[in-house]
Design a protein around this ligand. Structure first.
Ligand code: IMP
Length: 197
């Protein structure tokens, strides 16, 4: 059981919160940004996943004095030289619309022989004493020719994990996605670290 009893997850993304909650042990309460009274947009101006995750976690610690962790995720597509990567949220423009991002991705990959890709998540933990630690998680897979499935969020309808059975993440339950996902892998490393502390 981690010594720490509650931890804020520095994200306004309900899908991410819903994915992460079931991973936590019973004695560890996950606080949302709303729970700690943080309603502003968190800064995310770095050009790496590591930098953005760290920036968000440090912001919450500094402004709200709450130990927290933040994640930043990128979809890295081989045929696009690792794009959209750290720019995955704004791939099709500043509106950050998942549907537009997916449409643009499928257009960019028209006729591509290599559709391999991976999701990479970096979780940054900012502890009460100001220490920041990073934990990474990845999942390899490929991008479909068209979207399939209604669950999940973001690029889930067009991502088929290599370790799965051919379904996209959006065709899986949250528990199925959590068994192999980039985010779950990073969060499990974070939990292992908290357990050791
Ligand atoms: P961020 O980590 O919220 O900045 O996410 C960057 C982009 O990747 C956004 O467009 C998200 O919708 C997308 N994204 C993040 N995590 C996932 C995931 O688990 N599945 C599909 N898309 C994701």
């Amino acid at each position: 059981m981690p010594a720490i009893a509650q931890l804020c997850f520095a994200s306004n993304n309900e899908h991410k919160l819903a994915e992460i909650r079931p991973l936590l042990p019973a004695g560890l309460t996950l606080l949302s940004l709303a729970d700690i009274g943080c309603h502003e947009e968190l800064p995310e101006t770095q050009d790496t996943l590591e930098g953005n995750a760290r920036q968000k976690a440090e912001y919450v610690l500094q402004h709200y004095s709450v130990a927290c962790f933040a994640d930043d995720t990128g979809l890295e597509v081989t045929a696009l030289n690792g794009a959209p990567g750290v720019y995955s949220a704004r791939y099709a423009g500043p509106q950050r619309l998942a549907e537009d991002n997916v449409t643009k991705l499928l257009q960019e990959l028209t006729g591509a022989a290599d559709r391999s890709a991976r999701f990479r998540t970096v979780v940054a933990l900012a502890e009460a004493d100001g220490t920041v630690r990073e934990f990474a998680g990845e999942v390899d897979g490929h991008i479909t020719e068209a979207g399939r499935g209604a669950r999940g969020f973001g690029y889930d309808p067009v991502f088929v994990p290599a370790e799965g059975d051919g379904r996209t993440f959006a065709e899986m339950t949250s528990a199925e996605k959590n068994r192999i996902s980039h985010r779950a892998r990073a969060v499990m490393k974070l939990l292992a670290f908290l357990n050791e502390e």
